[in-house]
Design a binder for this molecule. Structure first.
Ligand SMILES: Cc1cc2nc3c(=O)[nH]c(=O)nc-3n(C[C@H](O)[C@H](O)[C@H](O)COP(=O)(O)O)c2cc1C
Ligand SMILES: CCCCCCC(=O)C(=O)O
Length: 389
């Protein structure tokens, strides 16, 4: 297996960590996986250091990455009791399509680093579980292979905008023709965040893998000069601005969802620009370090957007776990995009991703019932208490 670059000191520490985890009883492949942390620990144990570092990366000092989790721990729920939760229904809709529960697979790059079938395995798992899979531009299987692997899956495509706009135009037309149902325009990467371990590891794709969607489009030749994550450096267009939303709208009839919004001001601009949704996100803390935790930004944004959308003074009521979905009334906000699928992939490919999604579904159903909700529509902001922990 490709191991990446590791110094002796790093490798010693890794081995010491491994021994510690094994003393603490970290599970092996044969043991049942109980929660997502089990998958994460398995992945840490089994992936090469360079791959693990890439997947786990945050920018700079990782303050925002770490705060993403801590912020969840600051939130408490206000459960209601005696509400007959003998039947619970986790189904919901996203952009008008019914899915089994309000969790989807966030766009994450390079699934073949975790499992040989890469994004094809992810696509099969999400099709089986009936939720939405946002395919990353930077996938290591082509969009055609992904659709071929799971022809009935519900998929959106995540888009970056390149200096050479023809490249972006072509991929938009390709995914539209393939039946992708929405475009997710990622706007928080005018430049790639400074992920220190990727720099130390000189992270690059191993020779047998490439960004398949751009096969023959961007030539990444051996020793051809600097590259970033499998694409020649400086190909992303940092001049992208709000007017490019109109450009994108002129190219496609697909709904456009902007990913990477963290302030109410930008959420308002998104509404004004007529996009069909936003994903509140700090890119897993991989871009700007020092920005807010995603869940904290979400509260600010849903207040404003729902108010603006309904023309009501300050009656934002949505409850959201991580991301906002805007369809029709933007106040319908209850969705979570999950990047933990890659840990499932690293564990057992398609089966691993299915297990991850099943665990999330079970946990969601249980929390919902314990909080006194019978269905997703009954979840609202009154359930939330922001504690001062
Ligand atoms: C390994 C990895 C790869 C990622 N690749 C992409 C990507 O290709 N495109 C993208 O828009 N976001 C990418 N992301 C960001 C995720 O879609 C998602 O935003 C993040 O994991 C969760 O943070 P959030 O809750 O702030 O969105 C990646 C995240 C990880 C962990
Ligand atoms: C040149 C930008 C590469 C980004 C690679 C995929 C991604 O979004 C990530 O967070 O990693």
């Amino acid at each position: 297996m490709w191991k990446g670059h590791t110094t002796k000191r790093q490798e010693d520490k890794r081995q010491a960590d491994r021994a510690k985890r094994s003393r603490e009883g970290v599970r092996c492949a044969e043991m049942s996986m109980v929660c997502l942390t089990d998958f994460e620990e398995y992945a840490k144990e089994h992936l090469s250091k360079a791959t693990w570092d890439y997947y786990a990366a945050g920018a700079d000092e990782c303050c925002t990455r770490d705060d993403n989790l801590l912020a969840y721990k600051r939130i408490r729920l206000r459960p209601r009791i005696l509400r007959d939760v003998s039947i619970s229904d986790t189904r919901t809709t996203v952009q008008g399509t019914e899915i089994s529960f309000p969790v989807g697979i966030a766009p994450t790059a390079f699934h073949c680093l975790a499992w040989h079938e890469g994004e094809m395995a992810t696509a099969r798992a999400t099709e089986a579980v009936n939720t939405c899979y946002i395919t990353s531009t930077y996938s290591t299987c082509s969009v055609e292979e992904i659709v071929g692997a799971a022809p009935n899956g519900y998929r959106w495509f995540q888009l970056y905008v390149y200096r050479n706009r023809k490249v972006s135009e072509q991929i938009v037309h390709r995914v539209e023709a393939l039946g992708y149902k929405a475009l997710v325009l990622t706007v928080d990467v005018p430049y790639t965040g400074k992920r220190r371990n990727d720099i130390r590891n000189q992270f690059k794709l191993p020779p047998h893998l490439k960004v398949k969607n751009f096969d023959g489009v961007f030539e990444v030749k051996e020793n051809a000069g600097p590259e970033e994550y499998g694409i020649p450096a400086n190909t992303l267009d940092p001049s992208i601005s709000w007017k490019d939303v109109y450009w994108l709208q002129s190219l496609t009839r697909l709904p456009i969802i902007i990913k990477g919004i963290l302030t109410k001001e930008d959420a308002e601009l998104a509404v004004e620009h007529g996009v069909q949704g936003i994903i509140v996100s700090n890119h897993g803390g991989r871009q700007l370090d020092g920005g807010p935790a995603t869940i904290d930004a979400l509260s600010e944004i849903v207040e404003t957007v729902s108010r603006q959308d309904r023309g009501l003074p300050g009656r934002g009521d949505p409850y959201g776990k991580r991301c906002a979905e805007g369809r029709g009334p933007w106040s319908q906000v209850c969705f979570h995009w999950q990047a933990g699928g890659v840990w499932g992939l690293a564990y057992k490919g398609e089966e691993g991703v299915r297990e991850v999604l099943q665990i999330l579904n079970d946990e969601f159903r249980l929390s919902m019932a314990l909080a006194g909700c019978r269905n997703v529509a009954e979840i609202n902001r009154n359930l939330i208490q922001f504690s001062k922990l």
